[in-house]
Design a protein around this ligand. Structure first.
Ligand SMILES: N[C@@H](CCC(=O)N[C@@H](CS)C(=O)NCC(=O)O)C(=O)O
Length: 187
């Protein structure tokens, strides 16, 4: 979504996690953690960690900016993006990871921790809802990487049964509807 917002057409190589394609020696040579995404450069350098990839794309293609153009803008965007990742995504993923059958045998699962994560995620989303009451986007009036992180978290949560209650969280619902209309969401 970050690349699409910048109009970049990166050649994609699908990796089927269900079939364990991320655990082959060929993939592990690209990222020893066995995680997607990985951005492979023409010289063979492999960059993983979504944020590192986004920062790299922003450095090479600063326009349109998704992080910010001034030191203050960049600091505030990064602050909100870290919050979306660590305070929202982390808990939505935790709820899924510790309760889903998909991860049985792949990760240590603590079902009670899934419940705790679900509770914190709901609290954090209520906080974001209140924040969005008087601003258009997560980090202010400008669409940014923080919106992408939150949007992808909610879309992922919806797909795996960790839904955001947009019937109650009306400001998130309004924000979500606006972001959903961006061509990058279907790219
Ligand atoms: N910190 C990494 C997390 C990457 C990650 O957890 N990727 C998941 C898919 S979204 C994955 O590859 N999981 C494979 C597995 O756990 O087997 C990032 O931000 O890119």
């Amino acid at each position: 979504m970050f690349a699409a917002e910048k109009g970049l057409n990166l050649p994609l190589v699908p990796v089927d996690l269900g079939k364990g394609e991320n655990l082959t020696s060929e993939f592990l040579a690209r990222n020893p953690l066995g995680h997607v995404p990985v951005l492979e450069l023409d010289d063979g350098t492999c960059i993983s960690e979504s944020l590192a990839i986004c920062e790299y794309l922003e450095d090479l293609h600063p326009d349109p900016s998704l992080i910010g153009t001034t030191a203050k803008e960049r600091a505030l965007t990064r602050m909100w993006d870290r919050r979306m990742e660590l305070e929202v995504m982390y808990y939505v993923l935790g709820a899924f990871l510790h309760s889903s059958a998909f991860f049985q045998g792949r990760r240590v699962q603590v079902p009670a921790y899934a419940d705790a994560c679900r509770e914190v995620a709901a609290e954090r989303l209520a906080w974001i809802d209140a924040t969005l009451a008087d601003r258009r986007y997560v980090a202010g009036e400008r669409f940014s990487i923080a919106d992408i992180t939150l949007y992808c978290t909610l879309e992922f949560g919806n797909k795996v049964g960790e839904k955001c209650d947009t019937d109650t969280l009306r400001h998130i619902a309004r924000w979500h509807e606006g972001v959903s209309e961006r061509p990058s969401t279907s790219a």
